[in-house]
Design a protein around this ligand. Structure first.
Ligand SMILES: *Cc1c(COP(=O)(O)O)cnc(C)c1O
Length: 380
């Protein structure tokens, strides 16, 4: 039997050597490697400013903190996303106001955003769901009409482009994740990308206690001022060293994901009762995090059987995401969302099976998944 794991970080000798170089020195935090990683990531994406952080969640939290968002404020949040997109708002004391997904792509239904805006709304957050670019110019138009900030959750969107522009540069800031199964990894870690110089300058400080100068800028060691409130949301030098090596592999990672996705898509579309999300519009690039197979109404009640059969064939699967965020107990109990709310996000949650396309796999693995999927479906 073949083993086709859902995700597996690719760590080579280059990463191991880079980590050892950091450990052989004396600087583990606040050093040059994190800065070099910011420069390399910015160059790769064509971004003017990047700031390393400890996670995507930290980057999202820093954005709302930077905007001064808190109790009494509201932020628009997609219902179909990782819980971190909403938690980052909730952590500030503000209220996430959820908007349903569109069935074509799983992205936020832009036509429903304006109805969710109130005088308390301060920002719109979007997630490029599974790497599919959101039509950001439409979101930006709504935001500028109402004077709102736009925060992009880009955790699955390294390489995602809308009309040629990399995700994270279309709103006010983009937040990236380097968690092990994402497109590239630093074990844990994240990056904040922005086109605003002042956001980068101030968030860099707020990431590290609000201290007014870097360690290297202190003329007399130990003398500094604290001019604002801040967190400890830094990335360390070990993580950054891994990140620099991962960027060198990134084009290869993304090409493998694209060719795996195309092969898997072709094979799955042959199976009755299975569909997939729309392809990106001409000129856009979707970064393929996984392939979410959508089951018909007839097949969906058998999803657990299909997943079990796939897993028994050695095919790793996941579900993105198991429930619309407002249906998780924390949000449902706090805000009282009805069972029938967010019907499109709920449909995606209940009808989808996420399949792997990562660079640890090749075309033969995709053919194997298709064959296993066919067997699983014919068995129900
Ligand atoms: C993984 C993920 C996050 C969280 O990223 P961390 O780096 O683990 O904080 C947030 N949003 C989305 C869409 C994700 O997939």
């Amino acid at each position: 039997m073949r083993e086709v794991p859902f995700g597996r970080p690719i760590i080579g000798d280059e990463e191991r050597q880079a980590v050892l170089r950091v450990l052989s020195g004396h600087v583990l935090v606040h050093g040059p490697v994190a800065h070099d990683f910011e420069t390399a990531f910015a160059a790769w994406a064509g971004a003017p400013h990047c700031v390393t952080v400890s996670s995507c969640t930290a980057a999202l939290h820093l954005c709302y903190f930077h905007l001064g968002i808190g109790a009494g404020d509201e932020v628009i949040v997609p219902a179909q996303t990782h819980v971190a997109t909403a938690h980052a708002v909730e952590l500030t004391g503000a209220r996430p106001v959820f908007v349903d997904a569109e069935i074509r792509t799983g992205n936020i239904d832009i036509t429903q955003i304006e109805a969710a805006i109130t005088p308390r709304t301060r920002a719109i957050s979007v997630v490029h769901y599974l790497g599919m670019p959101v039509a950001m110019e439409q979101v930006a138009a709504i935001a500028s009409k109402h004077g709102l900030a736009v925060i992009e959750d880009c955790a699955l969107a390294i390489g995602t482009r809308r009309k040629g522009v990399h995700a994270g540069l279309l709103g006010d800031a983009g937040c990236y994740s380097f968690y092990p199964v994402k497109h590239m990894t630093t074990a844990e870690g994240g990056m904040l990308m922005t086109r605003h110089a002042d956001w980068a300058r101030l968030i860099e400080r707020k990431r590290a206690f609000g201290v007014d100068r870097h360690v290297g800028e202190r003329k007399i060691p130990g003398i500094y001022d604290v001019t604002m409130l801040g967190f400890n949301y830094r990335m360390n030098e070990i993580q950054a060293a891994i990140g620099i090596e991962q960027i060198k592999r990134l084009d290869g990672f993304l090409a493998a994901r694209e060719s795996n996705y195309a092969a898997l898509r072709r094979g799955l579309l042959d199976i009755d009762g299975v569909s997939v999300f729309d392809e990106p519009e001409a000129g856009d690039v979707a970064s393929r995090y996984c392939l979410s197979a959508l089951l018909s109404d007839d097949l969906a009640p058998h999803r657990l059987d299909i997943v079990t059969a796939l897993n028994q064939s050695g095919v790793g699967t996941s579900i993105y995401y198991p429930r619309p965020v407002p249906h998780f107990s924390y949000y449902r109990d706090k805000y009282g969302y009805a069972e029938a709310s967010f019907p499109v996000a709920a449909r995606i949650s209940n009808h989808s099976i996420a399949l792997p396309v990562g660079p640890h796999l090749g075309i033969e693995d995709m053919n194997y998944i298709v064959a296993a999927f066919k067997r699983a479906v014919s068995g129900v």
